[in-house]
Design a protein around this ligand. Structure first.
Ligand code: PMP
Length: 460
């Protein structure tokens, strides 16, 4: 808060209230209250415009600031690069673009090419365009359908919303793009089949095969999945799911697109979520943790086999991937990403994530024993959720306003936590936790102790 006096801050708040349209926000309450404005961050902590300190248990709200706030070395890497060359777009390459791609691919056996853009939505859109172009080039336009899963989220554009499994987020924005088809979710706690564990996972994967057979395998080009569903409820697919998914994709010649926008870059204790399951994806998309929010960057990673399909072997000028992202040519993104990756490696943050994730999961399990309202806890690494139910037997979700009350009480007590998207019965009731990968045991305990007190206050 250095350098700000009370008048400056009041001016900022008034300017915000007068002119800023916040993401995901109903503005009516700001007619009588002030929005929260975060002015500074250091490590795991942030300070708002009133000077109040918070532990940030959600890495900047949406699973992004993996290496924590105030990293001068990332700022230096960006500065050094942009005074040398900030930007050049289109067909030319750049030094940090080449070097980050090399480092990233070294961590992704089987993958070969990195395509630069700015956001997770954009990275996913690139895949959808590649899949459609492959359909036109190779399959007479037929194999162009893209399957997505209920509860998964892939972005905010009309294209990515067409693959949006959180239907509540899509209300009022249709119609969407054709040839996107949903497959059932795989959250065992909200069971759709009378099975459990591995058998449940295999059944949920077979449900994908049923959709493929219904649609016609020769019409389905790709299957797009989050390794662990994030905003849709922190859904870890049961054992037995992924091996069948991989088999099904191979059986029907369907390209596997893994959306690692949240799970990627260490969030689950491995570089990528798909590593836990030994998957062999054709496309991987990454964004949030790639530069931890120090610069805007999203990447689409493909295999050499996919890349080869776009080589102009027949002399056709329409053959290559005719796509550009203006700010995919901004060098700040890959410069920040190289330093971000170095920090994760040098500070052994993957190991820390595994250890602290286990501690947090155990703490949340403790809360489940203590508070009947906690019906289920789940997640991997520092990517966790606690589902709140009014009744454990029926698994009836608690009222949405009570989920909001827990989040608000935690914030009042100095801890920012999240909750999954609202307005869908059965899915609007999960508290979410995604602290930075630098979290210490004390940070983790402080977060879960605060949730304990907040649950006690809201539910008695
Ligand atoms: N995929 C997933 C799994 C996401 O959670 C998000 C963002 N929450 C996106 C894609 C879209 O990313 P962006 O907001 O950067 O466009």
């Amino acid at each position: 808060m250095d350098g700000f006096n009370e008048n400056d801050i009041r001016h900022v708040v008034e300017a915000d209230k007068a002119h800023v349209w916040h993401h995901l926000t109903q503005h009516k309450p700001f007619e009588t209250t002030d929005p929260r404005i975060i002015v500074e961050g250091k490590g795991m902590r942030v300070w708002d415009a009133t000077g109040k300190e918070y532990i940030d248990a959600v890495s900047g709200g949406v699973w992004t600031v993996n290496v924590g706030y105030g990293r001068a070395s990332i700022a230096d890497a960006i500065r050094d690069q942009i005074v040398k060359l900030n930007y050049f777009a289109g067909a030319a390459g750049s030094i940090p673009g080449a070097l980050f791609a090399e480092k990233l691919i070294a961590k992704m056996p089987g993958m070969a090419r990195v395509y630069y853009a700015n956001s997770g939505s954009e990275a996913n859109e690139k895949v959808f365009k590649m899949v459609r172009q492959i359909a036109h080039k190779r399959h007479g336009g037929r194999k162009r359908k893209i399957l997505y899963r209920e509860r998964d989220y892939h972005g905010s554009t009309i294209g990515t919303m067409s693959a949006g499994g959180q239907t509540e987020r899509n209300a009022h924005y249709g119609p969407f793009a054709p040839d996107f088809v949903s497959v059932p979710h795989c959250l065992e706690y909200r069971a759709q089949w009378d099975l459990s564990g591995e058998a449940y996972g295999a059944r949920a994967a077979e449900a994908i095969e049923e959709v493929i057979l219904r649609e016609g395998p020769d019409t389905v080009g790709a299957l797009c999945l989050e390794p662990i569903t994030a905003g849709g409820g922190v859904i870890v697919p049961p054992e037995g799911y992924w091996p069948r998914v991989q088999e099904i994709c191979e059986k029907y010649d369907i390209l596997l697109h893994i959306d690692e926008v949240v799970c990627g870059m260490g969030r689950t204790g491995t570089w990528f979520g798909y590593e836990h399951y030994g998957l062999r994806p054709d496309f991987v998309t990454l964004a949030k943790g790639v530069a931890s929010g120090y610069a805007a960057i999203g990447v689409t990673v493909t295999t050499e086999a996919v890349f080869e399909m776009f080589k102009d072997d027949a002399g056709d000028p329409l053959d290559h991937f005719r796509d550009i992202s203006t700010f995919g040519g901004c060098t700040a993104g890959p410069a920040a990403a190289i330093e971000n990756m170095r920090i994760i490696e040098d500070e052994a943050l993957l190991d820390n994530t595994t250890a602290m994730g286990a501690r947090m999961l155990a703490n949340l399990e403790g809360l489940m024993e203590k508070h009947r309202v906690v019906g289920d806890v789940r997640g991997k690494g520092l990517f966790l959720g606690a589902e709140l139910v009014a009744d454990r037997a029926s698994r009836e979700p608690v009222e949405e306003r009570l989920v909001g009350a827990v989040v608000a009480e935690c914030a009042a007590q100095g801890v920012i936590i999240g909750a999954t998207n609202r307005s869908v019965p059965g899915f609007n009731n999960t508290l979410t936790f995604s602290p930075a990968l630098i979290a210490t045991a004390d940070d983790i305990d402080a977060i879960t102790d605060t949730v304990d007190r907040a649950l006690g206050k809201v539910f008695g």
